[in-house]
Design a protein around this ligand. Structure first.
Ligand code: NCD
Ligand code: ZN
Length: 347
């Protein structure tokens, strides 16, 4: 298959940032995706409906003229979040989910929740309203190996949490392990997962073989090949529980290429091309549309997009960098290399 036309995708997990980085990053997401679930881990985080509406306006201002893009806003759950705030979020047509970061788990998560099993009134409200809870699924425990943090989170947090709130709509974000695939499949329809393109294409060798490659450092960290294989099977199965969420997470070159480099891979410049490459690897391009464009809207209770996007098998160079403001740079995944596919909206 050298050409494929599918419904326009949505990105169900993306970091668009703010300020100069927002201006640099948002056009890439808006070029391919009709909608995107926008992560709230700004500094300070987006914790109220008013914050989210103001952020939504800043995002729309960063979308190029003539491009149609709808940011689907999320709130950042803190230990100070009230039941009333969650009820207001559920009532807002602009807020589509609430994000749970275990405190200290990832970039800008220090305002997150120390003990996700201590917020029962908030979880009860989400279960009542049906507003999805998006979970960064890693334990924060110095005794737990970084490669085991997702599997431990399932045992220590997700299983007890879902036992208490079995109807809670929950997305395990950016899953990276066979354990997570099996867990999500074992749950009823209210539990789903997003999978990134980079976790489908790379294992932890990309990060560590031949030197440290900071642009492949993200959280949850890349895992061993057997986990990548399990993710590929899940994503390409057509199963409605699995859908696209790039976790495209831009940081400046200086912040990535540093003695303590930030976690996050920028993939929004080639999101669909990278997913196409992963599906093509296992001969499952026919199932790409379900993953990128159908399963996500169904879970979120939205209609799939009517616009179509065309993928053509044609080599495409990735730029060495993307300018950010006057003097900074963003290094896209595969910088200076090529992509096998090219995506273009059908006019
Ligand atoms: C994300 C970021 O930079 O905001 N980083 C990442 O490695 N994925 C946060 C997150 O989603 O964990
Ligand atoms: Zn993320």
């Amino acid at each position: 298959m050298n050409e494929l036309v599918i419904r326009q995708p949505d990105d169900w997990h993306v970091h668009l940032r703010d300020g100069a980085m927002l201006a640099a990053a948002a056009p890439f997401t808006a070029r391919q995706c009709a909608r995107a679930i926008v992560m709230p881990n700004l500094v300070p985080p987006v914790t109220t409906v008013a914050d989210a509406l103001a952020y939504r306006d800043r995002i729309l201002a960063a979308v190029p003229a003539g491009v149609s893009f709808e940011p689907l806003m999320t709130l950042y759950l803190t230990e100070q979040t009230s039941v009333a705030q969650l009820a207001a979020a559920a009532a807002s047509p602009y807020i589509h989910a609430v994000k749970l970061y275990p405190a200290g788990a990832t970039t800008n998560s220090d305002r997150g929740v120390r003990d996700p099993l201590s917020i029962d009134p908030l979880l009860a409200e989400l279960e009542r309203s049906g507003l999805p809870l998006l979970v960064h699924g890693e334990v924060v425990d110095s005794a737990v190996d970084i490669f085991d943090r997702e599997a431990q989170f399932i045992e220590r947090v997700l299983k007890p949490l879902l036992a208490r709130f079995p109807k809670l709509k929950l997305v395990m974000e950016h899953i990276t392990t066979k354990d997570a695939v099996e867990f999500v499949l074992s749950q009823p329809d209210n539990v789903a997962a997003t999978i990134t393109a980079h976790h489908l294409l790379y294992n932890r060798n990309a990060l560590l073989v031949g030197g440290v490659h900071p642009h492949y450092y993200c959280l949850p960290v890349l895992k061993r090949e057997s986990h990548r294989q399990a993710l590929l099977v899940a994503a390409t199965s057509g199963h409605p529980k699995f859908f696209m969420g790039t976790d495209s997470a831009p940081h400046t070159q200086a912040n990535k290429e540093s003695a303590c480099g930030c976690a996050g891979a920028f993939t929004a410049h080639a999101a669909l091309e990278l997913y196409a490459e992963a599906f093509d690897q296992v001969g499952q391009l026919a199932r790409l549309e379900a993953f990128t464009s159908l399963n996500g809207p169904r879970f979120y209770g939205l209609a799939p997009n009517e616009a179509r996007i065309k993928l053509t098998r044609r080599a495409q160079a990735v730029p060495l960098f993307i300018p950010v403001g006057e003097s900074e740079r963003l290094i896209p995944l595969r910088a200076g290399e090529t992509l096998a596919w090219q995506a273009q909206l059908v006019p």
